[in-house]
Design a protein around this ligand. Structure first.
Ligand SMILES: NC(=O)c1ccc[n+]([C@@H]2O[C@H](COP(=O)([O-])OP(=O)(O)OC[C@H]3O[C@@H](n4cnc5c(N)ncnc54)[C@H](O)[C@@H]3O)[C@@H](O)[C@H]2O)c1
Length: 341
């Protein structure tokens, strides 16, 4: 299978490494790479010396014969590249958020359906063992009923990225569509649509939203999730959750190891062994698979679906579009909350 990479910055280089590892066990290879930043292009091409390189993703799509592309460009470009790729009959794995408008999400779904290709969005938290542990405990009722869930995803200000695109709300969708969407998408995966939401927010001096605290109402349960791009550039990235069940509280702290702890009502404490990808530790090109973590699991799943010619039903376009829709509503409520301050 011939694979193209469009955008090999921070996230695209992870996709590129994951495909390199997968190429040891599957008949796939990256044969074309596009990136507008020459250093990123060269670094990615070092893994695939025979790959053709391009400074723009559209040129790659026009000139190459491929089976599939990964789209890891800034978010505002996802929809145009994805539609162009699917219209050429290519399968698509695009990074989250799927797109920044509902209209673009609909365009992508229509392109997939008319071209009969497979497409998936990189909502990697759906593949994180720490979050799947929570989902399973909820679904099986292992610790009784879930009463509340508090989630956080905190980050320093995002001052890297191609032409500073994170700092432009029209290009990134702010912390809401870029960072907070990870938790919101997982909530939709685990709990479905909330009955109601309320949003509190702060904004940078530029007016772009940089913090949201959203409360989601579900029958018999409430959830809050905070997403933050702090003004300081030195706050460590910190994802976490605390799930309060009738008979135990599960905590996840992404800065701790082990990261998940179950504290039962009887006072006992467990740190569950979580299943991580263990097919290979290091591939022959020296990539450490463990460092790719759940991105590797996610990308393997996508290729398994392609091999079986089945539609990915984890992080499908429809599910990812529902997450975008919810985030757009939160973004609107966030601006409204800031105007009332
Ligand atoms: N799933 C996750 O955990 C996760 C984490 C980080 C970022 N992301 C997502 O991944 C995407 C990329 O984010 P990033 O942090 O890698 O950004 P980035 O700015 O580091 O990388 C984007 C790359 O796209 C390239 N690019 C720009 N225009 C291009 C064009 N016309 N053709 C080809 N390449 C072009 C840039 O040169 C740059 O190398 C975003 O949508 C972001 O939301 C996802």
């Amino acid at each position: 299978m011939k694979v193209g990479m469009i955008g090999v910055g921070g996230m695209g280089s992870t996709h590129n490494s994951a495909v390199k590892v997968l190429s040891e066990t599957k008949d796939i290879a990256v044969t074309a790479i596009a990136d507008a930043t020459p250093e990123n292009l060269q670094k990615a091409a070092a893994l695939w010396p025979d790959a053709h390189t391009y400074a723009d993703g559209m040129e790659l799509l026009e000139k190459e014969e491929l089976d599939c592309v990964h789209i890891c460009t800034p978010s505002y470009m996802h929809a145009d590249f994805a539609v162009a790729a699917m219209d050429r009959g290519l399968h698509v794995l695009t990074e989250k958020p799927m797109a920044l408008t509902e209209a673009d999400c609909e365009r992508m779904i229509a392109a997939r359906d008319r071209s009969h290709v497979q497409a998936m969005v990189g909502h990697v938290v759906r593949f994180f063992p720490e979050y799947l542990f929570l989902k399973e405990a909820y679904e099986k009722g292992t610790y009784g009923k879930l009463k509340s869930l508090v989630m956080q995803r905190l980050s320093q200000n995002v001052l890297w990225g191609y032409q500073n695109w994170f700092q432009d709300e029209k290009k990134s969708g702010s912390v809401v569509l870029d960072l907070h969407i990870h938790d919101a998408d997982f909530l939709l995966y685990m709990l479905g649509q909330p009955e109601d939401i309320s949003v509190q927010a702060t904004a940078f001096d530029s007016g772009m939203i940089n913090q949201v605290v959203t409360t989601y109402s579900y029958p018999g349960l409430f959830v809050t999730a905070e997403g933050l791009w702090d003004t300081t550039p030195v706050l460590p990235f910190h994802p976490s959750y605390r799930a309060y069940f009738e008979n135990a509280t599960i905590t996840y702290d992404g800065c701790e190891h082990p990261s998940v702890t179950v504290r039962r009502r009887d006072g006992s404490i467990e740190t569950p062994e979580l299943k991580t990808e263990s097919a290979l530790d290091t591939c022959s090109s020296g990539i450490n698979i463990k460092s790719l973590g759940s991105y590797f699991t996610e990308i393997s799943y996508f290729y398994d679906c392609l091999e079986k010619n089945i539609r990915p039903d984890i992080a499908s376009l429809e599910e990812a579009a529902a997450s975008v829709k919810l985030m757009l509503r939160e973004l609107e409520l966030a601006h409204r909350a800031c105007r009332q301050d």
